[in-house]
Design a protein. Structure first.
Length: 124
């Protein structure tokens, strides 16, 4: 059981890193093709890369309260990321498939974080 938990955490961490790299790649494309969406690309980069950073910070927290707080921040960042991705899906038809794939992963990551929060707060 403990080994399964460690494998899940390691796999989730790898997913978060790949997700951040996918966000960065998409934003590089957006910045090259769509001048009007540079601000959106900046916002997306910030929110999309902060999810993993906040999960990492949670693991280094000094209290359960801080641990939960960083997970809450990560969930908010995931929700914000979804919003920016939806704008890109509507405005950038050339990048729609890539953005939809990243949005699907964002939704899965947000669900994992939300489920973890419910467990941590004793509501599951």
């Amino acid at each position: 059981m403990q080994n399964d938990n460690l494998n899940f955490k390691n796999n989730f961490n790898k997913r978060l890193i790949q997700f951040a790299l996918d966000i960065i790649e998409l934003c590089e494309i957006i910045r090259k093709k769509f001048r009007a969406l540079w601000v959106i690309a900046d916002q997306l980069t910030d929110s999309g890369t902060s999810i993993g950073a906040n999960i990492r910070e949670a693991r280094a927290s000094s209290s359960r309260k801080d641990y939960i707080k960083f997970f809450e921040i990560a969930l908010k960042s995931a929700n914000e990321t979804g919003f920016w991705l939806e704008i890109i899906i509507y405005k950038c038809q050339d990048e729609k498939d890539k953005a939809e794939r990243i949005l699907k992963e964002d939704n899965e990551i947000a669900s994992i974080i939300a489920s973890g929060l419910l467990t941590m707060k004793g509501r599951k």
